[in-house]
Design a protein around this ligand. Structure first.
Ligand code: SAH
Length: 273
């Protein structure tokens, strides 16, 4: 109930993970089940089609995020249980921030009125990292190359700072039909600070139809197809490849003997009662 005693609904801002049903969290599935209205970008709705049968669906296009947020809030305020879906994690380049901004403009307070819950999901960098091996084992920076909402100078400054500080770098939104030169400038900037042989992983459509995994290096990364459904991970100065894997060491090898031939302790295999 709101302050004025009106019935208000609930809003869940849900990340459904990279795309496959196996990687959707149980909480996400549960709140989708409990909801009666789903709001989301058309492609995302298609990905969760099996979970949302029988619910009211509000489809919107990619560039209609603000309208989508307002619409979702309006419907929830009328007493519905609304799920707003984003791919990956809704709080990482997803819908969560925008919804809170609109709610703030609307004078919303968490203590009364609309109940809002953000449901975390497996973000692209976790999904992509798992397919590449273990590239994110040390400090990393995540940078979106989309300059639709952020000025390019700001993005490039962040790329430079991350490259200089030897962070592993995960690139979201690396390229689209219209945004093609940003990835070229980014590669050039990182190359100023890192060897051309630095491992680079390029993954398209992780855990979705059309999944494609490429491991290459900084000098050759632009020779491969990169698009809207791709996330790129650029290693730091210690990242190495082994077989078809990309691994960033965490320093164990400096402190411990990693050979299987040298096991100091007998690790007991305990079975819980
Ligand atoms: N909220 C999402 C990110 C949305 S931004 C998340 O947490 O993952 C959109 C970008 O995410 C894409 O351009 C791509 O870089 C990345 N992405 C999303 N899903 C992906 C997937 N299944 N495989 C590879 N990259 C993906």
């Amino acid at each position: 109930m709101s302050e004025k005693g009106q019935k208000v609904g609930k809003m869940f801002i849900v990340g459904f993970g990279p795309g496959s049903e196996d990687h959707i969290t149980s909480r996400a599935k549960k709140v989708i089940e409990e909801s009666n209205v789903i709001v989301g970008y058309t492609t995302y709705i298609e990905l969760v089609r099996d979970l949302i049968r029988g619910k009211k669906i509000i489809y919107t296009g990619m560039t209609e995020e603000v309208d989508r947020a307002k619409k979702a809030i309006d419907i929830a305020k009328k007493g519905n249980t609304v799920v707003v879906i984003s791919s990956g994690d809704a709080g990482i380049y997803g819908m969560a921030g925008l919804i809170f901004q609109v709610l703030k403009e609307d004078g919303w307070r968490p203590s009364y009125g609309l109940e809002v819950e953000v449901v975390p999901g497996v973000t692209a960098l976790s999904a992509v990292g798992s397919l590449l091996g273990a590239p994110l084992m040390h400090d990393f920076a995540s940078i979106s190359l989309s300059d639709l909402l952020t000025p390019w100078e700001v993005i490039l400054k962040r790329v430079e700072a991350a490259a200089q500080a030897d962070f592993v770098i995960a690139l979201y939104n690396p390229k689209s039909g219209r945004r093609t030169w940003q990835i070229v400038e980014t590669q050039k900037m990182i190359r100023k600070y890192r060897e051309g042989s630095t491992p680079v992983g390029i993954v398209k459509s992780a855990y979705r139809d059309g999944q494609n995994i490429i491991i290459t290096d900084l000098d050759h990364m632009l020779d491969f197809p990169i698009g809207m459904l791709t996330t790129i991970i650029i290693g730091n100065s210690s990242t190495f490849t082994y077989e078809e894997l990309m691994i960033t060491p965490r320093g164990y090898h400096n402190k411990y003997e990693l050979s299987m031939k040298k096991m100091a302790l007998e690790v007991p295999l305990a079975v819980p009662e």
